[in-house]
Design a binder for this molecule. Structure first.
Ligand code: PEP
Ligand code: MN
Length: 342
């Protein structure tokens, strides 16, 4: 629980609340944010006393009482704070576009995808070498060989690479082959992994778990930041819904809300949200309109033959069209800002 006092709250009021919290068995820390005093009370409640919050709130000098999960000093800034990865600024003037296959297949197909994606405006190439799969019998990714293909295309094209890392033990190796470490939706609260990617200092793309609240997502990012990496890109990829029409529901509300709670850039993955090709572009456009500063999209030279996620994967022409239209929405929304900067 975080108890925030009104500016100028007298010492006695703070002490009265502190004593109350200590009596309830909390660890209590006092912090100052400018002229505002906050008490941070932590405790594993056996049976949380229902009336404690209202007792604390009843004090005339208490401005607000919030849950501890709202304490995100490292990622909770107000205004969007752009940062660069390999020379490209996420949250800057240009819409970020990351494109590539669900999983790395051949070097040739990856290179061709990177070339076409770049021509369409993508700054980064994506492709999984380690795949989290619901079924243990489906393809688990090319592993080391796939990492080598990614690293080779990265060299050849001088293009940034994003790929998923699934376990703490893989972090060091994956960070050699890629520019951005992706933490997948299923691993959003794998705290050992979050700490390890944080410790590496590498930029991280943190997918939102499909059952995670905004607070849980931001706290996962806070774990990474506390461990040492503050270049974190959040990625909304659809949350679980009741309608099997789409694979997930792109949480456009979540994108808009995230923009008010964190200074981190928020991207959207319309491919995993849609699950089917024809919805990928409309979801991408909606995400940009809601405040996403970039998109990560599955693209393959021949989606029908894609080893994974073919049904939601775009061919080159469809991706080029999506990129064009997404940039048009971006320009309509942010054009003035650009003009001001020129
Ligand atoms: C992916 O991007 O390939 C992926 C598996 O995404 P998610 O973790 O969002 O399901
Ligand atoms: Mn996929």
């Amino acid at each position: 629980m975080i108890v925030e006092f009104l500016p100028g709250a007298p010492r006695e009021a703070v002490e009265r609340i502190r004593t109350l919290l200590l009596t309830e068995g909390c660890d209590v820390a006092e912090v100052f944010a400018g002229r505002v005093v906050m008490l941070i009370a932590d405790r594993h409640w056996q049976t949380p006393p229902l009336d404690l919050t209202s007792q604390v709130k009843a004090n005339e000098w208490v401005a607000d009482v919030r849950g501890l999960e709202t304490l995100i000093p490292k990622v909770g800034g107000d205004a969007l704070k752009p940062f660069a990865v390999r020379g490209f600024r996420f949250g800057g003037d240009d819409l970020a576009l990351i494109a590539g296959p669900c999983t790395v297949e051949t070097y040739e197909a990856l290179l061709q995808t990177a070339q076409v994606a770049r021509r369409a405006g993508a700054q980064f190439l994506r492709g999984g070498a380690f795949k989290p799969t619901t079924s243990p019998y489906s393809y688990q990714g090319g592993g080391e060989e796939a990492l080598q293909a990614l690293a080779a295309v990265r060299r050849e094209m001088d293009m940034g690479v994003v790929t998923e890392v699934m376990s703490p033990a893989q972090v060091e190796r994956v960070a050699q082959a890629a520019d951005i470490l992706q933490v997948g939706a299923r691993n959003m609260q794998n705290f050992d992994l979050l700490r390890e990617v944080g410790r590496s200092g590498a930029p991280v793309l943190l997918k939102r778990g499909f059952g995670a609240t905004l607070d849980e997502w931001l706290n996962a990012a806070e774990h990474i930041a506390v461990a040492g990496s503050e270049r974190i890109i959040l990625c909304e990829r659809g949350i679980r819904s009741f309608d099997p029409l789409t694979r997930a529901s792109l949480d456009v509300s979540g994108i808009a809300a995230a923009r008010t709670r964190t200074h981190l850039p928020v991207l959207a993955d319309p491919s995993h949200a849609a699950g089917v090709r024809r919805f990928v572009e409309p979801l991408a456009l909606a995400a940009v309109a809601a405040g996403a500063v970039g998109l990560i999209v599955e693209v393959h030279p021949d989606p029908e033959s894609s080893v994974k996620d073919g049904a939601q994967t775009l061919d080159f022409d469809s991706f080029a069209r999506l990129a064009l239209r997404a940039r048009a929405v971006w320009g309509a929304l942010h054009g003035e800002r650009h003009a001001d900067l020129q």
